[in-house]
Design a protein around this ligand. Structure first.
Ligand SMILES: NC(=O)c1ccc[n+]([C@@H]2O[C@H](COP(=O)([O-])OP(=O)(O)OC[C@H]3O[C@@H](n4cnc5c(N)ncnc54)[C@H](OP(=O)(O)O)[C@@H]3O)[C@@H](O)[C@H]2O)c1
Length: 328
């Protein structure tokens, strides 16, 4: 039930997750304030929202813009990352930008007396040699949990939904390549999750205070290799594809190849592909008791993502991940 005094700040409302969460919060009757860098990018597709969200300008890299955005807020969602620079130098610096963004946000949230932060980051164990991207997602979690605001961290692997960067990579590879040369990382295990289940968990955490301060893994009902995921995609689309395993293609070479075959920007492909060597499986399933939901099987998640794609560009455009339509 929505508490009368609950006032929610949504960062990243122009993104893949944030855009969907905005609609879900609106449907539940929450009063939402959206933090945006460019208000024109906040386009509401489909049915109008029940209540127009308040829209405020804010850039996490410009701390002076954050106190007004956080004033009066009880819970803030942190759905921001800085991958996707346009130059190699910019691309390489994403971890530094994400560190600064998290520090600025935490300090502004503390000053504003925010009660809770809910952050969606990435799955990956510190005991492994983590990619720069996954290490950076963990670092953001550490920063946000180091302050006085009770922070819930949700950690997810690949999220399946129209317009999600990882899903789009899989989709373009499967659609465009009749024969796929598959490096070793294609056998890495992961626990992909449907985007609607992620949204249900994000709202469930807001509604269950027992999740405050916890770090929780979220994943779908199946543990799959990336090869399994491609096979399920092909089965759903009735595509005949040949996957040929090879021992030599490094993540870096794969990233160049993926960058060539898919329209996903290099600034996103490189950090994501580097992380494919890291197993991304839930080690802790407390979320299933704290926020019990019925998880979507992967085949159904892919069907739903494709159905959404066929209705038009299934995402809200973001500088970080601007894809062309799959029909073009
Ligand atoms: N997509 C996945 O498969 C996946 C998987 C696991 C975890 N996650 C996590 O989910 C969260 C959201 O990811 P996403 O896929 O929704 O990303 P996304 O579509 O690329 O959106 C990123 C959002 O961050 C905003 N942003 C970036 N830098 C900002 C800044 N300095 N100040 C204010 N806003 C800024 C962008 O705003 P602009 O529109 O202005 O650029 C955009 O709204 C991330 O923490 C990510 O690690 C995603």
């Amino acid at each position: 039930m929505v508490k009368n005094d609950e006032r929610v700040l949504l960062t990243g409302p122009t993104g893949f997750i944030g855009g969907r969460l905005l609609r879900a919060l609106d449907e539940k009757g929450y009063r939402v304030r959206c933090l945006v860098r460019l208000s024109e990018k906040l386009t509401i597709r489909g049915e109008p929202l029940r209540r127009d969200p308040e829209v405020v300008y804010g850039d996490l890299l410009r701390p002076e813009t954050l106190s007004a955005a956080l004033e009066g807020i009880t819970t803030a969602y942190y759905l921001v990352h800085s991958m996707g620079g346009r130059t190699i130098r910019e691309t390489k610096a994403f971890a530094e930008r994400d560190r600064k963004a998290a520090l600025h946000f935490l300090s502004a949230a503390e000053a504003a007396g925010v009660r809770r932060i809910i952050y969606l980051g990435g799955l990956g164990e510190r005991s492994d040699e983590l990619s720069k991207h996954l290490a950076s997602r963990n670092e953001v979690a550490d920063i946000l949990q180091s302050g006085r605001v009770q922070t819930t961290v949700l950690r997810a692997a690949v999220i399946i939904g129209a317009g999600g960067a990882s899903f789009e990579i899989i989709r373009y590879l499967a659609e465009r390549l009749p024969v796929m040369i598959c490096p070793k990382w294609i056998q890495t295990r992961s626990q992909p999750i449907a985007v609607q289940d992620v949204i249900a968990y994000l709202i469930g955490c807001l509604e269950n205070e027992a999740t405050a301060g916890l770090r929780l893994d979220i994943g779908g009902p199946e543990i799959l290799s990336y090869a399994d995921l491609v096979r399920i995609y092909c089965r759903v689309r009735k595509l005949k594809r040949l996957l040929i395993p090879v021992p030599f293609l490094t993540p870096r070479l794969s990233a160049y190849w993926i960058n060539l075959v898919t329209p996903v920007p290099a600034g996103i492909v490189f950090p994501l592909v580097e992380g494919l060597k890291n197993e991304a499986v839930c080690r802790d399933n407390r979320i299933r008791d704290l926020v019990p939901i019925s998880l979507t099987p992967m085949e159904q998640a892919i069907c739903q993502a494709l159905a959404e794609e066929s209705m038009g560009p299934g995402r809200l455009p973001s500088v970080q991940s601007c894809f062309v339509s799959w029909r073009s």
